[in-house]
Design a protein around this ligand. Structure first.
Ligand code: A2P
Length: 288
């Protein structure tokens, strides 16, 4: 009798040991994804229990890159992303552009709930209350995805505790790109938790001034031009910015940041930093 049939089956080449599933370093799980236009989406993910951050800060997030053709090794592909959720939220929210040939966003735009992303838990940034000296009115000037850090700050009770008036301006090319901000403001105005934390009337402090530049909307034009003409001040019924009462945070594309920075200096405001608080702060919006 051929005993070979009774030999325990053992495949030498492929031992029957389960392979360890590769886990991402600093992995967080995606919990929600919402697409607004073919250029914009938002997603939420789990928050590392140890992560503490100040509203307005950013972290490095990303995915594992493709294997190196020579070594086969994979390196994380990371970019700076403002945290769009407030510091009291259990989860983290991010608002992102989709660039078809962008190294990260061409892939990130396809994430679905349950997927993992990499999140380095080291928050930094200058768009924080600590970088400004006290004032009466705060302006948040955003273009495109530059609204993300303000989505965090606008849901932070400190913003309403520190200022009598909070003005968000958001300039985008098209109407669809305003949806995220419009929904954000709508939700804040009916948020019971914020109302409870800050008190009645907090929502009345928030003014929202959206504009578009390439598609018809209620208010057309770049915010910089509308400031130069004085139209924005007339529309809102406020005086032009002055260093005694106004503070500003700026986040948008590079050209916008440079232009508005010069304008703010023209109004007499000086730039602040974490180490030296002053009257305005600027940060570049993430672009892939
Ligand atoms: P425009 O359409 O006139 O270029 P982007 O999507 O390219 O980042 O632009 C977002 C918004 O920022 C657009 O509405 C764009 O207007 C506006 N923008 C671009 N450059 C400036 C600038 N220097 N000052 C003010 N707004 C700007």
């Amino acid at each position: 009798m051929d005993m070979s049939e009774h030999r325990p089956v053992k495949d030498i080449d492929a031992p029957n040991i389960p392979k360890a599933t590769p886990t991402l370093p600093d992995a967080q799980t995606v919990t929600e994804v919402e697409h607004y236009t073919d250029r914009l989406f938002r997603f939420r993910c789990t928050r590392p229990p140890s992560l503490r951050f100040r509203s307005g800060e950013f972290v490095m997030i990303g995915l594992m890159g493709d294997p190196d053709p020579e070594t086969g090794k994979q390196k994380p592909l990371l970019r700076a992303y403002s945290i769009a959720s407030p510091s009291w939220d259990d989860e983290l929210e991010f608002y992102s552009i989709k660039v078809p040939d962008g190294a990260l966003t061409s892939r990130l735009q396809h994430i679905v709930p349950g997927d993992e992303i990499i999140l380095r838990p080291k928050p930094v940034g200058t768009l924080v209350h600590d970088a400004l000296i006290p004032g009466k009115r705060i302006w948040f000037f955003a273009t495109g995805t530059g609204i993300a850090p303000f989505a965090s700050l606008l849901r932070d009770p400190q913003t309403y505790a520190d200022y009598d008036e909070v003005i968000l301006t958001h300039t985008c090319r098209e109407l669809g790109e305003l949806t995220y901000g419009a929904k954000l403001v709508e939700d804040i105005r009916k948020d019971e938790l914020l109302a409870e934390l800050i008190g009645e009337g907090f929502a009345g402090k928030l003014r929202y001034y959206p504009t578009t530049t390439r598609e018809q909307s209620a208010k057309m034009g770049r915010i910089t031009d509308l400031m130069r003409s004085g139209e924005v001040f007339t529309d809102l019924g406020v005086a032009p910015l002055c260093p005694e009462s106004d503070r500003a945070m700026v986040c948008g594309n590079l050209a916008f940041n440079l232009e508005i920075k010069e304008m703010l200096e023209g109004y007499g405001l000086t730039e602040g930093a974490n180490s030296k608080p002053a009257e305005y702060v600027v940060e570049k919006a993430f672009l892939d």
